[in-house]
Design a protein around this ligand. Sequence first.
Ligand SMILES: [Zn+2]
Length: 350
Amino acid sequence: MNATMMQALRLTEWKSDPVLTEVPVPEPRGSEVLVKVGAAGLCRSDIHIMSSPPGAYPYTLPFTLGHESAGRVAAIGPQASGARVGDPVVVYSRWGCGTCWACVNGRHNACARTQGGPHGGGLGRDGGLAEYLLVPSARYLVPAPGLDPVQAAPLTDAALTSYHAVKLSVPQLRPESTAVVLGVGGLGHMAVQVLKAITAARIVAVDVRNAALELARAAGAHATLPADGLTADDIRSETDPDGATVVLDFVGNDATLALAAASVAQGGDLTFVGRGGGELRVAPGLIPFETTVRMPSWGTVPELAEVVALAAAGEIHSEAEVYGLDDAVSAYSKLRHGEVLGRAVVVPGT
Ligand SMILES: [Zn+2]
């Protein structure tokens, strides 16, 4: 490589917008792999991070944002194996310790030892909103041949996290079952497609925005409900009088969690995914008996490979708005105000 410096969108201060700065292009050492970023997705959780006061996250500033990345292998460290220069890849950005029981069992998303520290690329360590991204090991890369990076990047969180959340409830999602998706944003619009692709359940999608409900219908939702003034009875009338078999909350504020608790069926699953700052209380009378409450985070590397296969087969497709690195801060602002349909994706170098 000739370039020694690159542009990177870095969080330099808490409760502030990130800043586009020049940093050195990292050199892969040991088992590290350098990826030339083709595209990186913007996530609502980034906004949560940048809006937080010091101490809310166990991250040291500055670091480069971006935890949804796709590109090509640009260079490999002397001990790296499993990746070749030029390989098209997507990057799994939840980097575990690699040695705890969860990591050894492939559940880097449940790593017991990185709960209190940086969580991966763009999450306390340098991420993909830059021209190059240094990945600690090829074990965090999944081959993505034939996929446009703009399509591929959102697979690594928006699709992976929603796939993992849906997959945990697959035994519940029989043909007569009903699934409710609260919030048809970056994750929710993928969740509708995943439900359609891997289950036979009736899908009901809820959002405040008409355009998002249209997106949900295009993605395969059987019914859509505007969130404004929505009651649990309204949801029951579209799902089952007994309640919804599975409610997936991709918003996660107090209002949506209360709606989820009131509309899930006894014996159903209530899955709390969105980081909307809400709190779910669990007690008899507050949620039905025999209900399983889950709070999934990300998915696993093998699940990312499954998601890539679904995308390659045309079963899932990320709706994307494309921005340059220069426009990333204004794209975050649009995302903050609910003005992005699907996923905002940054293509560095444009
Ligand atoms: Zn671990």
